[in-house]
Design a binder for this molecule. Sequence first.
Ligand code: 0O2
Ligand code: 0O2
Length: 217
Amino acid sequence: MIEDWQHFLLPYQQAVNELKVKLRGMRKQFQDQTQHSPIEFVTGRVKPVDSIKEKMIRRHVQEDRLEQDMQDIAGLRIMCQFVEDIYKVVDLLRQRSDMTILEERDYITNVKPSGYRSYHIVIEYPVQLITGEKRILAEIQVRTLAMNFWATVEHSLNYKYQGEFPEELSARLQRAAEAAFKLDNEMSEIREEIKEAQTLFSKRRSTNSINEDELKE
Ligand code: 0O2
Ligand code: 0O2
């Protein structure tokens, strides 16, 4: 029996905190070079104890197998503007030496029956504890803003209906997922133009802030 959940979850919290800093750092580096960042924003969380317990029952995970068999106790989410950015982010993650990718699940090509789309990566990540190194599993979900909007809304409805959606609602959600993906594809068609405009805008913003600093001096 895990008696002290706070103690058990501490390395996971540390991993989430470190990974948020590192992934947000990637965005900063693109911005620093006034390049389009494939990362729009990053969130992260440690799975709440109640959700861990519920998933252990649902997936028949024994407590002594929890560390190996539950891959999303530490969860990160990377939101992107364009579908192409997702694959760019995945490539960047594959090149990193501070994490090992164990699994990749492409729910964009293989959309889930619910309509859910995202790219999931399971990593092994080493955290340094006072007792030494501990390698833990973490799940990174990479998705567009439109996919995130859909998943967030569907997640709340799922909570309300406990996964037992009325047929009509389920069909509507699937249609909404397709509409969101159509929006992603439309945006992809004009992405070069959007990226150019955003680069121009951020260049102008940084020139203005330099001028403002000069005025202050
Ligand atoms: P709910 O109801 O779960 O949506 P900071 O670092 O201070 O900017 P903070 O407060 O640590 O931010 O939180 P952050 O990084 O903004 O993210 C917390 C939210 O991210 C949570 O929402 C989670 O929903 C969501 N989240 C991020 N990654 C994952 C993931 O991999 N899986 C899941 N299920 N959720 C994720 P809330 O606010 O707890 O509310
Ligand atoms: P949370 O923390 O509440 O988001 P599973 O058997 O489905 O639990 P598995 O095989 O471990 O999951 O992994 P999978 O399917 O790659 O990823 C599961 C996670 O992806 C879920 O976490 C969700 O965050 C997200 N997800 C998968 N399918 C859907 C979906 O249809 N709708 C939404 N909104 N999100 C989905 P959890 O465990 O549900 O927890």
